[in-house]
Design a protein around this ligand. Structure first.
Ligand code: C5P
Length: 338
C-alpha cells in the first residue's frame, strides 16, 4: 500500500517494468539470498519477478569475496543466465587492498549499454545531431528566429537511439519532449550551438545537422528592453553567424561522416550539390518545397539524397518514418565511405 495515495502498488511491478536490472554493489548477503531464491525485501522481490536481463556486481572485502560460499553463489547465478561483473581491485573499506571494489559507474554503464544494444546496427557509435531554430537576441525579450519546429531532428535522434547509438542532441528552442535515451543540450543562439557541436563532434562517428540556424544575428544585443518611445526607427546591424556544418565538414577526420540538410526553392539539385562540395559534407538531404503541407511544422516530409556518387528520391512520408529510413541510408553510406 502506498502511504501517500493509499493505492495498492503491485509488488512485482518494478521487475516487470524494467528493461534491464543492475544490482551494484551486490553484497555477500544479497548474493546468497538471490542464489537461494529468498524474497524478504523489495530488491529481492524485484529481482525474482524481473523478466529482463539482470547484471550483478558483487562488492565486498577481499577475503569475503574469495570465500567458497560466495564463489558458489556467483556460479549459481551465472548458471541461471544472469550476467556477472567481476569486482575491481584497489583499496577496500576495511583498509586492505585487493579484489572486491565495485567497478566505476562508467564501466557499469558501458556493460548495460552493451547488453541493451547488442545486435543493434548503431551500437557503440556516437552521433551528434543539431535541431530546431536558433534565437538571436535583440534585447532580453526579443529575438530573430524562424519557424523550424525541430521535429525532423528529434525524430532522427529517436531513430538513432533506438538503433543503439549514443545520441547527443544539440537543440535550439522547441516545444518537443526529449527523446528517450538521448543526451540533450538546450541552446538558444547559433554561437552556443556552434561551440557545443564542435565539442561533441571531436570524438563522434557521425554528425547530422538538421538545425535551421539563423544566418545572421544582431551585432550587439541590448542589456535592457529597447523602449519604443525613444525612437520611431530602429536600425539593427546584423552580422553573419558561424556556419556549423561548414566548420565540421572541413575539420572532419576520414572516419567521420557528416550529413547536412538543404531547403532550396530554385535549381534545387544544383544548389544541393554545390552545398555538398562547399561544406565538404558526405551527404545532403534535400527537402522538397513541393511536399504537401510544406516542411516547417509539418509531420510529413519529402526528400532526395545527394552524395558525390549518386542522387535519389525518397517518397513523401511521415517524419518519424523518414527518420528510420534516413538512419538506414546513413548507415549504408557511412559503412562504405572513404
Ligand atoms: O547554407 P544552408 O543554410 O542552406 O545549409 C543548410 C545546412 O547547413 C543544414 O544542414 C544546416 O543545419 C546547416 N547550417 C549550419 N550552420 C549555419 C547554417 C546552416 O550548420 N549557420
Amino acid at each position: 500500500m502506498n502511504d501517500e495515495t493509499g493505492e495498492w502498488n503491485n509488488h512485482v511491478e518494478l521487475g516487470l517494468w524494467a528493461d534491464i536490472m543492475l544490482i551494484a554493489p551486490c553484497t555477500a548477503n544479497t548474493l546468497a539470498k538471490m542464489a537461494s531464491g529468498m524474497s524478504d525485501n523489495l530488491l529481492l522481490a524485484t529481482f525474482m519477478s524481473a523478466r529482463c536481463p539482470v547484471i550483478f556486481s558483487p562488492a565486498m572485502d577481499l577475503d569475503m569475496f574469495e570465500h567458497l560460499g560466495v564463489q558458489e553463489n556467483i556460479k549459481t547465478l551465472e548458471n541461471q543466465g544472469h550476467t556477472y561483473l567481476e569486482p575491481a581491485s584497489g583499496s577496500l573499506a576495511s583498509g586492505l587492498v585487493g579484489k572486491g571494489r565495485m567497478p566505476e559507474p562508467e564501466e557499469l554503464f558501458e556493460n548495460i549499454s552493451e547488453i541493451l544494444y547488442s545486435g543493434k546496427k548503431w551500437a557503440g557509435k556516437k552521433i551528434v545531431i543539431s535541431a530546431g531554430p536558433t534565437h538571436e537576441a535583440i534585447d532580453p525579450v526579443r529575438f530573430i528566429g524562424n519557424y523550424s519546429s525541430g521535429k525532423m531532428g528529434y525524430s532522427i535522434a529517436t531513430a538513432f537511439a533506438e538503433q543503439g547509438a549514443q545520441v547527443h542532441l544539440i537543440s535550439g528552442p522547441t516545444a518537443l519532449d526529449t527523446p528517450k535515451g538521448v543526451h540533450i543540450y538546450p541552446v538558444k543562439s547559433a554561437e552556443e550551438m556552434h561551440r557545443l557541436v564542435i565539442a561533441q563532434f571531436a570524438d563522434a562517428d557521425v554528425a547530422v545537422m538538421t538545425a535551421a540556424v539563423a544566418d545572421y544575428r544582431p551585432k550587439t544585443s541590448s542589456n535592457q528592453k529597447i523602449k519604443k518611445e525613444k525612437t520611431d526607427r530602429l536600425h539593427l546591424e546584423l552580422v553573419k553567424n558561424p556556419d556549423i556544418l561548414n566548420s565540421i565538414g572541413h575539420s572532419k577526420k576520414e572516419t567521420q561522416f557528416v550529413v547536412g540538410f538543404a531547403l532550396e526553392t530554385e535549381n534545387e539539385l544544383d544548389n544541393a550539390k554545390g552545398k555538398l562540395e562547399r561544406k565538404n559534407a558526405n551527404m545532403i538531404v534535400l527537402n522538397s518545397v513541393h511536399a504537401a503541407n510544406g516542411v516547417f511544422g509539418s509531420d510529413e516530409n519529402k526528400v532526395s539524397i545527394v552524395t558525390k556518387k549518386e542522387v535519389f528520391d525518397i517518397p513523401q512520408m511521415k517524419k518519424s518514418k523518414l527518420a528510420f529510413t534516413l538512419c538506414d541510408i546513413i548507415f549504408e553510406k557511412y559503412e562504405n565511405h572513404s
